[in-house]
Design a protein. Structure first.
Length: 290
């Protein structure tokens, strides 16, 4: 009897893990970094890259974000042909730029243009963290400046979606100069009555946070976004104190008065169109406090 038990054939065959890897197409499934739930990539795309289980917001490519926000057929891109060079002769910089261009089909870490959101015309600038981690080089600063000048000339509002690791080290001080450059044109834009909205996405750090990302008439952010200037470890070592667990999150900044609202991605289109329509009509802003 014991022999029969041990010699009994298994009901289910074991599939070698290597064979499983070969049979499952790459990119078919994704695991949520927060709740660890596994989901189909297509379902994630339909849900605007937000986990249906826990609400975790994945990073979003610039083209997909524009499609999710702008009325179909209304977007016109600006300055798509602007390319970064290597002014400081930094070793390997050109090769890294070319690699990112092939990987993302973008020429730089930001896409600018104009379009309509629920019929409200606006100028848009959308940073893309896939290209050099959304770092702010000379071309990024120039594209933002040109977009703001267009908005100023045509009396249009301006919306910037930030996603950046900060200044681009391969361009040194030229990268840091973009902080002053963009802030100066923003001051001119504001002095002439322009409406400027920022939406900070994960991550928004360094010189981008210290310049145009924090200068909006409305400063919004997506849930869970990392927003800050210096890194957590550097700050803790400097002040010699342990920081709260939620430090530098969008929710922490909202609690301490540095944001106007944390807006889930599915509500962004409605929220932005509401602000744009409100200012076009000179309406009441009390809804923002609700």
């Amino acid at each position: 009897m014991l022999n029969n038990i041990f010699n009994k054939k298994k009901k289910y065959a074991t599939v070698p893990s290597q064979q499983v890897r070969q049979d499952v197409p790459e990119g078919l499934m994704k695991k949520c970094p927060s709740c660890k739930k596994i989901m189909y990539t297509k379902e994630l795309q339909k849900n605007l890259y937000v986990c249906q289980s826990c609400g975790y917001h994945y990073q979003m490519a610039s083209d997909e974000r524009i499609v999710s926000l702008v009325d179909e057929g209304t977007f016109t891109e600006f300055d798509a042909d602007l390319l970064s060079e290597n002014p400081l002769g930094f070793p390997g910089y050109e090769e890294k730029l070319e690699k990112d261009r092939k990987k993302t089909s973008l020429n730089e870490a930001i896409v600018t243009g104009k379009g309509k959101i629920n019929g409200n015309e606006t100028v848009l600038a959308v940073m893309d963290a896939r290209f050099r981690m959304g770092s702010m080089g000379s071309v990024v600063g120039e594209k933002i400046t040109r977009a703001l000048e267009h908005a100023l000339d045509y009396h249009l509002p301006m919306i910037i979606f930030t996603a950046s690791g900060g200044a681009r080290m391969q361009e040194g001080v030229l990268s840091l100069m973009q902080m002053a450059k963009t802030s100066t044109v923003l001051k001119k834009f504001s002095d002439n009555g322009g409406l400027f909205i920022t939406v900070m996405t994960h991550p928004t750090t360094g010189g981008v946070t210290a310049s145009f990302a924090s200068l909006g008439d409305y400063n919004f952010a997506e849930p869970g976004a990392l927003i800050g200037f210096a890194g957590r470890r550097i700050i803790e070592q400097t002040i010699r104190e342990e920081l709260p667990a939620d430090f530098q999150t969008a929710e922490f900044l909202l609690k301490h008065g540095q944001l106007d609202r944390v807006v889930p991605r599915k509500e962004l289109r409605e929220t932005l169109s509401k602000v744009l329509a409100l200012h076009a009509q000179g309406g009441d802003e009390t809804w923002l406090q609700n």
